[in-house]
Design a binder for this molecule. Sequence first.
Ligand code: 3HC
Length: 659
Amino acid sequence: MSGPVALSVAADGIARIAVDNPPVNALSHPVRRALWDAVEAAEADRAVRLILLAAEGRTFPAGADINEFHAKPQDLWLPDLCDRIEACAKPVVAVLHGTALGGGFELALAAHYRLAAEDAQVGLPEVTLGLLPGAGGTQRLPRLAGGAAALEIMLGGRPVDAAQAQRLGLLDRVVRGDLSEAARAYARELLAADAGPRRTRDSRAGLRDTRAYMAAIRHHRAWLSDAPVPAPEKIVDCVEAALLLPFETGLAFERAAFEDCVTSDASHALRHAFLAERRAAKIPGRGSAAPRPVQRLGLAGGDPGLAAAALEAGLAVTLIAPDPEAATAEVAGHCAGVSAQGIPGDEAQVARLARLSATSDPAALAGADLVIAGRAQAGEALAHLSPEAVLAVAGAAAARGGGRVAGLYLPPAAEGGRLAEVLVAPETSPETAATLFAALRRLGRVALRCAGGPVGPAMSAAMLRAAGDMLLRGADPYRIDDALRGFGFALGPYERLDRDGQAAQAGALGVALARRGWTGRGAGRGVYRYDREAEPRVEDPEVLALLRALQAEGGRPQRSLSGDEIVQRMMAAAANAGAKLVDAGVVLRPSDVDVAMMLGQGFPRWRGGPMMLADQTGLLAVKRTLDILSEENPAFWAPAPLFAELIKNGRRFADLNGG
Ligand code: 3HC
């Protein structure tokens, strides 16, 4: 048999069905079909006494194929395949390695026995995609592990290591060494003991303590009642159904709930976010440029969190700081497991910190493969850079200094610390970009390529500008913050300025407003207090025109805006700014703008970013909003030409994302 699944039968009657669908053995339609056929064939083969269900490559299937969810599922559904495996007349043993996640773990739960490599992880992360386990996971997991553990696993979405999974009753055996050999030995044991199929659907182990089970349901239901994404609440409903309903009815309940989730806007957005983050790393034309190996990172004026992440990733770190001792203590404070006094908790921590050296002498950077320097330290860093090394200048709008230099924008740590915008200048070599991408990924960052300036700050500035425009027309800054928080941001735009202490950088409009008499304590939201008597002393002609219009209308000209109108304008402004960045080639694709916003500017992930949202709203509707607003302030609101071009051709931003 060739294709994504292979079946082989050994002389002792142990069959092996192995999935081979790189990179992560996702359970796409051809894989499901081939698995079904292989199970049927093995069951029908009189020589087969037991079936091992395994996978080649780096992992047991890591889930259903996320790319298939946007279309109607093709017949042979994953739940049916799981049922088929569970119904198999011969014992089926799942052999797990890597990350057995989502539909992959559900496949394993439907098998009769489960064995795993000691470094394997299992989990049901569907909730992170706005989904629930839809192949029987909500019904089988609680039967094995109980309601409380099942809810923790499904609502948390985080994988569980093999030892923990075994303690929870999810794995029968955890093994070291050669997995295939261990699996065959286990199979022989089962055959010797005459162990037949053991169906999870018949298990009651996790359902016995009904009181604890229902307490877990009540606990989770209470704090989920206002969740903006439907999946978590539905997971709780399904787990409750596992206790209360017969297995088949529970499965039907799960299927209906899965359908509701998979078609929800929130799940579309979260799946988009997952794929967009991975797409961001794909740079056309970069194929020929291989990253240089990075073993030693030099940091001059850099973020201590970055140094800690580098140590965690196994790199050696050289810190250049005026007070090396204080800098070392600061980095130690960022390392997990190190006490507030800087004392490492275990041997691994000691080893990690031993790779850190700090000095005030920039010449030490000569030993680094990659240097990340602040703007002020960049010149010095470049002077000491070894000929093979690469320099990233943090905070630089665009870094100059030849092919080995790029800029870097790292959003404030408060935004999650997962994004790094790599600012490539025309002279930055593809090899430099590739090296930075690979190194940043190792540091746990999603790297985003931008040319000509960072994306997040440009987008944020456009949204502040839109907010400023609304302020000028009489909107209340508190209301703007409330509206954006209601939309899903953790903080409104002015609250963010307050947090970051950036009132002074609020842009020309903020300064103009302050001068105009919108006075305050000098921080973010507090700045704006309207005084209609003050004479505008503003140089920006656009702002001046607005202020004159205000005066002509006698002060506050407009009715107050509703929360929905505020959000509509802010999102139109964001999509417009994003379209201009795409047009200008600053980003490679619209989804890069979404990544910058979600990972760097607090945009709610379950909304998918402004470009995805514009697609969901409809580009025509967004353009109409922009057209109306640009009647008053064309310089800011005029729609980017990309809107008309896409609308004319019946296309959306998503069509420009590729792949
Ligand atoms: N479907 C399709 N493609 C997938 C995928 C999936 N479930 N999971 C990963 N991939 C792809 C990625 O898009 C990426 O593609 P690329 O090489 O073209 O960029 C490639 O596999 C490698 O992925 P990562 O870059 O993320 O590799 P890592 O080694 O960092 O991580 C992983 C591997 C832990 C498996 C991670 O990819 C992951 O968490 N995947 C998602 C797991 C998941 O959510 N599974 C549940 C799916 S929903 C489901 O199963 C529904 C069911 O209940 C019915």
